[in-house]
Ligand binder design. Structure first.
Ligand SMILES: [Zn+2]
Length: 108
C-alpha cells in the first residue's frame, strides 16, 4: 500500500509531533508549570497523555467506534461486490480469475 503524506503544513506539523510523541499534553504542560492541571481537557477524569487523548478518553471512543463500524461496512460491501462479480463472470472467466476474485472476497 503506497504511503501518502499530506503536504498541508499544519497537518504535517501535527503528524510529525504525533509520530515523535512530542505533542504538548496536559501531563507535560503541568510538569513544566504551563498548565494548572495534568487532567484531560475533555473528561477531567484521567491524566492527559497521548494515549489517553487519542485512544482512551471516553469522548474519543465514539469516534473510534464509528470508524470501526464504517470500515466493517466497507469490508462487507467489498466482499458483496466481489461475490457479485464472481457470480457475473462464472462460466466466462478462467479458473485463475475466479480464484483471484474468491480470494479478494474472502479477505474483504
Ligand atoms: Zn479524557
Amino acid at each position: 500500500m503506497p504511503y501518502k503524506a499530506t503536504i498541508e503544513s499544519t497537518l504535517r506539523n501535527f503528524q510529525y509531533k504525533y509520530i515523535h510523541r512530542i505533542i504538548a499534553t496536559n501531563k507535560y504542560l503541568f510538569k513544566c508549570k504551563l498548565s494548572n492541571s495534568s487532567l484531560s481537557d475533555f473528561c477531567s477524569e484521567n491524566i492527559e497523555t497521548i494515549e489517553h487523548l487519542f485512544w482512551e478518553c471516553k469522548h474519543i471512543q465514539p469516534i473510534w467506534n464509528q470508524l470501526t463500524s464504517f470500515l466493517e461496512q466497507q469490508q462487507l460491501n467489498n466482499a458483496k461486490l466481489c461475490a457479485l462479480q464472481l457470480a457475473e463472470c462464472r462460466g466466462t472467466c478462467s479458473a485463475e480469475e475466479a480464484l483471484i476474485l474468491m480470494s479478494v472476497a474472502v479477505r474483504g
